[in-house]
Design a protein around this ligand. Structure first.
Ligand code: AGP
Length: 614
């Protein structure tokens, strides 16, 4: 998720924009930029890496003026680099744009503009916007708002956009289309502001207008005109914000982890977006750089990861083996390099890492490279080491994950592996068209199913009030949901400090069932799938030994209420994609119990968001 700041009518826009961008640092970014109207001309400064790099560039080559825009980029299209950083500028230098979102049809728009003689200076999807605005302004009455409205009529996807034009130095134009992050218009005293999130401008003003879907704001220093994308006037609602800056970053949430759990319907939409060609109904993964021939020669995949990402790769094993008929071995990043792994010329090593900087996973990748494997990475952090050293990658596109306990990156990494498995199945001819269409349809249902599952939060909170003082938990799952039992246990352990174990339910009779009594609650994932009856039997065995059972069950399954003490119902979902839905209540349960225990949810003791040292 990128960050946007704009100001009109300032004594000097530069410090306001830079300070606003620094208050968006929590969103994470890999490059940043600023444009200010200086002596009637647009001055532009951009840099990669942390904001301090941009500040240094501005100190070395200052820019000042009453109006400007700034941006922190979380790259999706085009690697993190100065030339890919926003703002992007038109060929005549009279228009600049900053953008949050993905122009899904940018390839054809770019081709059309190039055919008309436009020269591009970046690999981003965003750059098509500024050239279209310049084109429509030149072809019309020159009004930037009209040109922006014509432009957004051509864009597919969700967007937050701000445009500045040197020929109309008294205004900025802001647009919101869909849910690519919000657009707040701040109403100051003699100056007005634009931001993608409240924290960026809350120090300047607490009076804000929040653009809604398909709204266009023309922001002057002393007033704001808002229209629909079709030009109809809109009477805005002005809100007064009571939050301080940091709590504003969490929006209406108490913790980043809670915000990220509840962000998953959106983040999974972003993970899927651009990966399915809906004309051909095929998965497209261009960043993997994989030829059909290489895919067909592959004989084996080894997945390497740590922690939550390791559990994600256990789910991915089911996908790749079932859909691409490729054997998959899964290993801990911290173990892989010490076992002299057997790697042949037709082995691919798949690293899964949210941060892309986990030292054990990177070391495993180095070992794989040394032994001649094809190297892939599934990463969330663009420009991270894992992404740079791999032969091909699939980004999670979950947006920055701030809470130490991984949630939305986990579900996005599972979807990425599902997409990889379908893609490999396409290239290797192991996936029938009927199956491909079936699974693609099931995949498009996931964001909505996750959104519905999040609605069980009150049920989960009630359970947390009953169970937050227990000292031990057992999480049970079978088949593709066994990794979810492991992940649910890890979530509880790492943020509430309660001892919890994930176990394959079929293994209970080989020892762990001796643990069961009234002091060891059992959480059982018992969805309506081929192993349902087996799970019911496990629940009965736990109950027979005085255990207390919380079941995660499929909506409509009322029988399970006769067996388990408590039930969390989740929507019916294809068994292959059930892990993505089943993990949501477990994330919410760990969060709710940790909050009840007064734990430091976002920064648990002894833990770091990315383990970059051994
Ligand atoms: C997950 O909640 C933990 N924070 C931890 O297990 C994490 O998944 C692990 O350190 C791997 O991180 P990565 O995905 O960034 O490589």
């Amino acid at each position: 998720m990128c960050g946007i700041v704009g100001v009109v009518g300032a004594d000097n826009a530069t410090p306001i924009i830079l300070d606003g961008l620094s208050r968006l640092e929590y969103r994470g970014y890999d490059s940043a930029g600023i444009a200010v109207l200086q002596n009637s001309k647009i001055a532009l400064r951009r840099d990669v890496g942390k904001l301090i790099n941009l500040r240094r560039r501005v100190e070395a080559d200052p820019l000042a003026g009453p109006i400007g825009i700034g941006h922190t980029r979380w790259a999706t299209h085009g690697v993190p680099a100065e030339h890919n950083a926003h703002p992007h500028i038109s060929m005549d230098g009279n228009f600049v744009v900053v953008h949050n979102g993905i122009v899904e049809n940018y390839r054809e728009l770019r081709a059309e503009l190039i055919a008309e003689g436009v020269q591009f200076s970046s690999e981003t999807d965003t750059e098509v916007i500024v050239h279209l605005v310049a084109k429509f302004a030149a072809g019309g009455d020159g009004d930037v708002t009209s040109a922006v409205r014509q432009t957004i009529g051509l864009l597919r996807g969700a967007h937050a956009i701000v445009v500045m034009n040197s020929a109309q130095p008294d205004r900025l134009v802001a647009v919101r289309i869909g849910n690519a992050g919000g657009v707040a218009v701040g109403l100051g005293d003699g100056s007005n502001f634009i931001a993608s999130d409240i924290p960026a401008i809350i120090e300047e003003t607490r009076r804000m207008i929040f653009l809604e879907h398909r709204q266009v704001a023309t922001v002057f220093a002393d007033h704001v005109d808002i229209q629909t994308a079709d030009g109809a006037p809109v009477k805005p609602v002005i809100h007064t914000i009571g939050w301080d800056a940091v709590s504003a970053a969490k929006g209406e949430y108490q913790h980043f982890m809670q915000k990220e759990i509840f962000d998953q319907a959106r983040s999974l939409t972003d993970t899927i977006r651009g990966r399915v060609d809906f004309e051909t109904q095929q998965v497209v993964l261009p960043d993997l750089n994989l030829s059909t021939e290489t895919a067909q020669q592959l004989q084996r995949i080894i997945s390497v990861a740590c922690g939550t990402s390791y559990y994600s790769s256990l789910v991915g094993k089911f996908y790749i083996e079932h859909l691409a008929r490729l054997p998959v071995e899964v290993d801990y990043g911290s173990e892989f390099r010490y076992r002299d792994p057997i790697i042949g010329p037709n082995t691919a090593v798949l690293a899964i890492t949210q941060s892309g900087e986990t030292v054990d996973t990177l070391a495993a990748m180095e070992e794989a490279r040394h032994k001649g494997a094809l190297l892939w990475a599934i990463v969330n952090a663009m420009g991270s080491q894992a992404m740079r050293v791999s032969d091909g990658h699939i980004t999670m596109n979950a947006g920055p994950e701030i809470g130490v306990a991984s949630t939305k990156a986990f579900t996005s990494s599972i979807v990425d592996q599902f997409l990889l498995a379908l893609y490999l199945g396409q290239l290797r001819g192991t996936l029938s068209e009927a199956d491909r269409l079936h699974y693609l349809h099931q995949l498009t249902r996931i964001p909505d199913l996750v959104g519905r599952t999040l609605e069980t939060f009150p049920v989960v909170q009630a359970l947390a009030s009953k169970f937050h003082n227990y000292r031990d938990f057992l999480y049970l799952g079978r088949g593709i949901n066994y990794p979810i039992a492991l992940e649910g246990a890890l979530k509880l352990k790492e943020i509430s400090y309660i001892h919890a174990e994930g176990y394959p339910a079929g293994e209970m009779k080989h020892g762990p069932i001796a643990l069961i009594d009234e002091n060891m609650p059992v959480l059982a994932i018992a969805l309506k799938d081929a192993l349902y009856e087996k799970m019911i039997s496990q629940i009965e065995q736990a109950k027979a030994r005085g255990g207390i059972v919380i079941a995660v069950a499929t909506e409509g399954d009322e029988d399970i209420g006769q067996k388990a003490d408590h039930v969390i119902h989740v929507p019916e979902v294809d068994p292959m994609l059930a892990p993505i839905v089943a993990v949501i209540p477990l994330q919410m349960l760990a969060y709710s119990i940790a909050v009840r225990r007064g734990a430091d949810v976002d920064q648990p003791r002894n833990l770091a968001k990315s383990v970059t040292v051994e």
